[in-house]
Write a protein that binds this ligand. Sequence first.
Ligand SMILES: Nc1ncnc2c1ncn2[C@@H]1O[C@H](COP(=O)(O)OP(=O)(O)OP(=O)(O)O)[C@@H](O)[C@H]1O
Length: 260
Amino acid sequence: MIEVRGLHKIYDRHLAVDNVSFQLLPGQICGLVGPNGAGKTSVMRCLAGLIPASDGDMTVAGYDSKNDLIELKRRLAYVPDDPPLFDDLSVGQHLQLIGRLYQVPRYQEKAMQLLDAFQLSEKFDAGATTLSRGMRQKLAVCCAYLFNPEVLLLDEPMTGLDPPGIRELLSSVRSRAEAGATVMISSHLLPMIEGICTHYLVMKHGELKFFGTATQLQQRYTGTRSLEEAYFAAIDETNDEPNQHGCEHGYESSTLEVVA
Ligand SMILES: Nc1ncnc2c1ncn2[C@@H]1O[C@H](COP(=O)(O)OP(=O)(O)OP(=O)(O)O)[C@@H](O)[C@H]1O
C-alpha cells in the first residue's frame, strides 16, 4: 500500500531525508517518530506529492508518484500539523467541497457523522478563521476522513486537540486501519500512539534508525519497557552506520518483515 525505496530529500544543500526505505500494508498503522528536524514531515510531504523527492521511488495504493500522481492523490489524505483551511469557507462548506470534489456518495450525512464524532457540529456554519487551533485540526481530519482514503498521513494530529478529540482520533485511526486503510502518524506524544501502532519508523538527522513492528522494536532494544524508552535507545545509538543493524535500515529486510 505504501512502498518507499531510497527516498532522499535535499533542500538547497541540506539533506533532510537520507535514503529511507520501508513498506506498509493495508491495516497497518506506522508511528513516525524522531526528534525535531529528523525529516518526518519531509517524508510525508514527499509521499503526498506536495514536494518532489530528490531521489527514490514511491508507490501509494499501487500508483507511482512519478507517473500517476493524480491517481495517487485520489487515494491519499495528508493532514499537516497546521492545516491550511480556506478562510472564506465555513466548516460545512469545507466538507461540501471535499464531498463534491471526491464525489462521495451521501457526503452530507457522512459529514454530519464526522462533525458529531469530533464535537464540531455546532460550528457547522462558522467560518474557518473563527475556529480555534484544535477545531481547525479536527476539521482537517474530518475532511480527510470524508472521502475514505486508502492511505492516511497524519502529521502530529493530536497537537491542539482536547482529550475527547484525542480519544476520537486514536479510536478512529484504529477503526480505519481495521477497515483496510494504511496509516502513518507522526507524533512526539509517544505514550499516546503506543496503543495503536503496529509499526514504527524512527528517524534522526534524516536517517532511518529503525523500521519494523512494535514487537521487533521491543526485541531490538531489549530491556526497554515502553515506546518512549525504545525511542531514546534508538536515537541515542552512537553507531549511525547505514545497515549496521540489518532490518532497521534496509529495504530488503523491511520487505521480509512484511511478508513474514
Ligand atoms: N522548505 C525547507 N527548506 C529548507 N530546509 C527545510 C525545509 N523544510 C524542512 N527543512 C529542513 O529539513 C529538515 C527536516 O525537516 P522536517 O520538517 O521534515 O522535520 P520533522 O522531523 O518533521 O521535524 P518536527 O518534529 O520539528 O516537525 C530540518 O533540518 C529542516 O530545517
